[in-house]
Design a binder for this molecule. Structure first.
Ligand code: PLP
Length: 392
C-alpha cells in the first residue's frame, strides 16, 4: 500500500514525480489520454506473473477470482460510492453494453437521449440498439464547448429509458451538470448512465449522493491504471432488480457448479460480470488507484486548477482561442487550445518532448496532472509560442 502523502509542497510534488518514471524523460502533459505509469505498477505486474508462474491454476482460488471486487473497492472512494458496488470490465463500451442489455426496447419507454457532444463510442453502441427498437435522440448544441442544458433536460421525458452522459466532455473538458440531469431523469422515470472517464481521478465526485443510476469509466487516463480495467457502478437498490442479457459464467451465483442454463444471477456486483476476469489489467490498475486515493481527489483538483489556470493565462496572453470553459467550476483537468495548423503544431511539440494530443474540431489538448510542475507549463507554453510564431 502506498503511504498517504499530499501534494501541498514542492517536496511532495518531487516525491510523486519520482514515482512516475516517464515524467523524468519528457514534459508529460497528456493525462486525459494516457496517464503516466506508476513505478509500482512494475511490482504489481511482477506479482501477477510470479503468481501465475508459481501457483498456476491454484491462483484462481488464492486471490485472482476476488481481484475484480478488490479493484472495484479501491476505486469506490474515488467515485464516492460504497464498497462492493463496482464490477470491472475490459472498457467503457463493454460496461455500457452490459447495462443496455438489462432493458428491452419494444415498449413505449424506449428513448435514449444523448448530447451530440458525447464520446463517439457511446453513440455507436446505442445507435445499434435501434435494431431492438430503441429510439436514439441526439440533442444538438449550438455551443461546441458545452451542453445546451435546457434543451437536454427538455428532451428527457416519460418515454425516456436511458440517458448516457459524460460528466466531463472529452473534446472541451467541460463539466456537465450531472445532478440536474439525474434529477430530471428520475422525475420522469428514466435512468442516467454517467460516463465519468474524463473526470475520475481529477474531478471530485460523489456519485452515491448524486443518486447516479449507473457510472462507467476506465483507468487509462487520470487514474494512471493503464488499459483493460474499465468499471461499472450500479446503484445498489437498482442493481438487485436488473438481469443483464450480456451475461457469462462469472455472473452466476455459483460459477464453479458449471450448471447448465439459464443463469442464476449472483448478487451485485458480480451479476454484471461477463466471463473470466481480465486479471493482469486489474493488477496493472492498482498502483494508480492507490496513489490517487492516497493524495485524494480534492487535493488533485486544487492543484489541477492552479496548473490549468496558469496554462490558460499564458494562452490568453498569447491570443490563442480556448475551446475549454474559462470558469473553474465548469472546467475539468484539460485545456484545449485552437491555434493555426494545430495538428502540425502538436506533432512538433511531441517531437520536442512535450507530449500532448490533438483532436479535430477541438484543437491541442493539454492535460497536467499532480506530477506536473509550473515550470513544465511555462516550458510547454513558451515552446508552443515559438512553434506558432515560426509557422505564422
Ligand atoms: C468520455 C469517454 N468515454 C469513453 C472513452 C473510451 O471508452 P472505451 O473504454 O470503450 O475505450 C473515452 C476515451 O477516450 C472517453 O474520453
Amino acid at each position: 500500500m502506498i503511504p498517504a502523502r499530499g501534494i501541498a509542497s514542492a517536496a511532495d510534488i518531487e516525491h510523486w514525480r519520482s514515482e512516475f518514471p516517464i515524467v523524468g524523460t519528457c514534459t508529460y502533459l497528456v493525462s486525459h489520454s494516457l496517464g503516466a505509469m506508476p513505478r509500482r505498477t512494475h511490482h504489481y505486474l511482477q506479482q501477477f506473473a510470479d503468481t501465475w508462474s508459481t501457483r498456476g491454476v491454484r491462483a484462481w482460488h488464492e486471490g485472482w477470482w476476488e481481484v475484480g471486487r478488490e479493484t472495484g473497492n479501491l476505486l469506490a472512494p474515488i467515485l464516492g460510492v460504497a464498497a462492493n458496488t463496482i464490477s470491472m470490465h475490459q472498457n467503457v463500451t463493454v460496461a455500457q453494453g452490459i447495462i443496455a442489455s438489462c432493458f428491452t426496447y419494444g415498449g413505449p419507454r424506449r428513448k435514449i437521449v444523448m448530447t451530440e457532444l458525447e464520446f463517439p463510442s457511446n453513440h455507436y453502441l446505442f445507435e445499434d440498439f435501434r435494431r431492438y427498437g430503441a429510439e436514439v435522440v441526439y440533442v444538438p448544441s449550438s455551443d461546441p464547448i458545452r451542453l445546451d442544458l435546457d434543451r437536454f433536460l427538455d428532451a428527457i421525458d416519460e418515454r425516456t429509458l436511458l440517458v448516457p452522459l459524460s460528466l466531463v466532455l472529452f473534446k472541451s473538458a467541460c463539466i456537465t451538470d450531472a445532478r440536474a440531469v439525474i434529477e430530471k431523469a428520475h422525475r420522469v422515470g428514466a435512468h442516467v448512465i454517467l460516463d465519468v472517464y474524463q473526470g475520475a481521478g481529477t474531478v471530485p465526485m460523489d456519485l452515491e449522493s448524486w443518486q447516479a443510476d449507473f457510472a462507467v469509466g476506465g483507468s487509462v487516463k487520470w487514474l494512471c491504471g493503464g488499459p483493460g480495467a474499465g468499471y461499472l457502478y450500479v446503484r445498489p437498490d437498482l442493481a438487485a432488480t436488473l438481469e443483464p442479457a450480456l451475461v457469462g459464467w462469472a455472473a452466476h451465483d455459483s460459477p464453479f457448479e458449471f450448471a447448465p442454463g439459464p443463469v442464476r444471477y449472483a448478487a451485485a456486483p458480480e451479476r454484471f460480470q461477463s466471463g473470466t476476469p481480465n486479471v493482469p489489467s486489474l493488477y496493472s490498475a492498482r498502483a494508480g488507484y492507490e496513489i490517487v486515493a492516497s493524495i485524494g481527489v480534492p487535493a488533485i483538483r486544487a492543484r489541477s486548477l492552479q496548473l490549468t489556470r496558469r496554462l490558460m493565462d499564458a494562452a490568453i496572453a498569447a491570443g490563442y482561442r480556448l475551446n475549454t470553459p474559462v470558469a473553474d467550476h465548469e472546467r475539468g483537468g484539460s485545456v484545449i487550445l485552437d491555434v493555426p495548423n494545430g495538428m502540425a503544431v502538436a506533432d512538433e511539440l511531441i517531437r520536442r518532448g512535450i507530449i500532448v494530443d490533438y483532436r479535430p474540431g477541438a484543437g491541442i489538448r493539454i492535460a497536467p496532472h499532480f506530477y506536473n510542475t509550473d515550470a513544465e507549463i511555462d516550458h510547454a507554453m513558451a515552446t508552443l509560442r515559438e512553434i506558432v510564431g515560426a509557422s505564422a
